[in-house]
Design a protein around this ligand. Structure first.
Ligand SMILES: Cc1ncc(C[n+]2csc(CCOP(=O)(O)OP(=O)(O)O)c2C)c(N)n1
Ligand SMILES: [Mg+2]
Length: 586
């Protein structure tokens, strides 16, 4: 898994042909601008990783290919260098014969990537890789796959026969060269659409700006901040749009999100999909008459679920600059003394009161709000927050502020558990190479942590000073306490009795970290939380893990749901024949 960004060097093949092997390797690096390779090696790709290292690429050995892919995709998001996956496969002459690990990899990857191909000969590898890199970067960015047959890995090639002139031979004479492609062209929105968008905005009584991950990836932060401030508009971020404008910006209405979405009459949507995260842009969570001004890089995204009143197609940063140019001339600003602003501000104050009351509860075990309240007090303002889990991620999102763009990485659109540790490893690698002095804090639900928990060894192996906080409620959404677990175990086989959401109570995730030489803390109280987090944040030499035990039935602010304890009782009643009907939702 490679994060790469081609530059614009274009030396001719002839001059390179005379270079020494070492010069060639350097050239590979500068040409491809590949900095990191994440993966797991085995025959026949060990040499590929060694050749990459010889060419100056950092090779990060992970414990699982999934985590390697997550790490590479985080590099893509943080640095703007998309992912190219290179997979080793069966020797060509054994294909269809039932060779070791024979599988239609190219076909399988086609569904999940923008481009998937197996070069038919050594000579075409450079051009296939160039196409993979270009495709990954152009339009909406996305991963691409290139399959390298086992017998090609150690084969030699006659330079004069290589398709397209650009070629270098790396340390082991493996052709692993990406020929150079220009950075993606920048497209602007149609001028008429810009004017239409601004007149829709001027006519709005209850305008709202939504800032998505696309705006973060498109590095639109400077222009967007100016736009929001000049226009005086309320805004809220999507989960990974957090930090494009600071969460504590006076125009941020994230704490009144539901009301803002429900009542807005014009929504200016920057690089966010109208998918489940935004309730599809539909009633009952949106005003049925809302006008959407949709700004997106991807034409196919326009009109998904809601037909936009205005569609601005192109580079998000460039379009915000276009909007700003007209706005400055018009000298228009949404007034700050409207009923809309008062409604939003009242809701923000009311919600803050509820969260604060929960946060200041001094009971042990702690609840989510108490944990996040104290964590947020200690986190440096420029730290990168990685997060996954259900309650852990949702509540953490509302309570842990981001002040800088691309400083929040979470389970995102797919809600995929297991991404956290790979993301954190990638962020720590970037921090290390850029000497940015930013802490990487990985806030994990106990279930989420389990998906890629062995990557703790990777963190310890490379001394990556990630701080992992496992918010441990003994389960998926909810768990049970140790006492209840014991009682259940007495009743019979736990596979029939234990609620499917439960995990082992008070599991010692901290000892997973100490097993490999990192710091581990078992945390039950606010005082323990403060001292463990302070110690972890001051240690730049190795990773830490805080295993924060919380109330197993701790939940989000009141919702209609059945707790785990209620579920257990219903199971018990059912097993004793006392209850026929069980209603349960998790
Ligand atoms: C790959 C994958 N498998 C399963 C799920 C289903 N799922 C949703 S959230 C979750 C874990 C939530 O528990 P935890 O991480 O402990 O967070 P909590 O809600 O308890 O704070 C799971 C397994 C998923 N989202 N992704
Ligand atoms: Mg949990």
């Amino acid at each position: 898994m490679i994060g790469s960004q081609p530059g614009s060097d274009s030396n001719g093949a002839d001059s390179r042909a005379d270079r020494s092997r070492e010069e060639s390797a350097e050239h590979v690096l500068s040409l491809q601008k590949v900095e990191y390779m994440f993966g797991i090696v085995g025959v026949p790709v060990i040499e590929v990783a060694m050749a990459a290292q010889a060419a100056g690429i950092r090779y990060v050995g992970m414990r699982n290919e999934q985590a390697a892919c997550y790490a590479a995709s985080a590099i893509g998001y943080l640095t703007g260098r998309p992912v190219v996956v290179i997979g080793g496969s069966t020797d060509q002459n054994l294909e269809t014969a039932g060779a070791f690990q024979e599988f239609p990899q190219v076909e399988a990857c086609r569904l999940y990537s923008k481009f998937s191909a197996r070069p038919s000969s050594l000579e075409v590898i450079p051009s296939v890789i160039e196409k993979a890199v270009r495709t990954s970067m152009y339009g909406r960015p996305g991963a691409c796959y290139v399959d390298i047959a086992g017998d090609m890995v150690n084969a030699k090639v006659d330079r004069s026969k290589v398709r397209f002139a650009i070629i270098s031979l790396s340390f082991y004479d493996i052709v692993l060269v990406v020929s150079c492609c220009p950075t993606p062209p920048v497209s602007l929105a149609h001028h008429g659409a810009i004017t239409e968008a601004l007149s829709a905005l001027r006519a709005a009584k209850k305008p709202l700006v939504i800032i998505g991950k696309g705006a973060a990836y498109g590095r639109a932060e400077t222009a967007l901040r100016e736009f929001v401030e000049i226009a005086g508009l309320p805004f809220l971020p999507t989960p990974m749009g957090k930090g494009v404008l600071p969460d504590d910006h006076p125009n941020c209405v994230a704490a009144a999100r539901s009301r803002a979405l429900l009542q807005a009459d014009v929504v200016l949507l920057f690089g966010a999909r109208l998918n489940w995260i935004l309730h599809f842009g539909l009633p009952p969570r949106f005003n049925p008459n809302v006008k959407i001004i949709q700004v997106d890089l991807c034409a196919e995204e326009m009109g998904n679920n809601v037909s936009p009143a205005v569609a601005l197609l192109g580079d998000i940063n460039a379009i915000v600059i276009q909007l700003l140019e007209v706005l400055r001339k018009d000298d228009w600003k949404y007034p700050s003394d409207t009923e809309w602003w008062s409604t939003l501000k009242d809701k923000i104050v009311a919600n803050a009161k509820i969260s604060k009351a929960l946060a200041l509860q001094s009971t042990v075990p702690m609840n989510y709000y108490t944990v996040f309240h104290h964590v947020s007090q200690l986190l440096p303002h420029d730290c990168i927050i990685v997060s996954e889990g259900a309650n852990t991620m949702d509540i953490g999102r509302t309570m842990l502020n981001n002040r800088l763009p691309r400083h929040r990485l979470d389970a995102g659109t797919f809600g995929t558990m297991g991404v956290g540790l790979g993301f954190a490893i990638a962020a720590a690698c970037v921090e290390r190479s850029e000497h940015s002095n930013q802490r990487i804090v990985c806030v994990e639900g106990d279930s989420a942590f389990g998906f890629s928990g062995m990557e703790v060894e990777t963190m310890c192996r490379y001394n990556l000073p990630v701080v992992i906080i496992v918010v441990n409620n003994n389960g998926i959404y909810n768990g049970v306490d140790a006492e209840t677990w014991k009682e259940m175990a007495k009743m019979g086989d736990l596979t029939s009795i234990a609620p499917p959401v439960t995990l082992l109570p008070e599991a010692r995730y901290d000892e997973v970290m100490t097993a490999f030489g990192g710091r581990g803390f078992l945390v039950r109280t606010v005082e323990e939380l403060h001292s463990a987090l302070q110690l972890s944040l001051s240690d730049w030499e190795r990773p830490s893990l805080l295993n924060v035990l919380i109330e197993p039935s701790s939940d989000r602010k009141p919702q209609v749901t059945v707790t785990c304890q209620e579920y257990i009782f219903s199971v018990i009643l059912r097993s004793t024949g006392q209850n026929e009907k069980i209603h349960c939702s998790f």
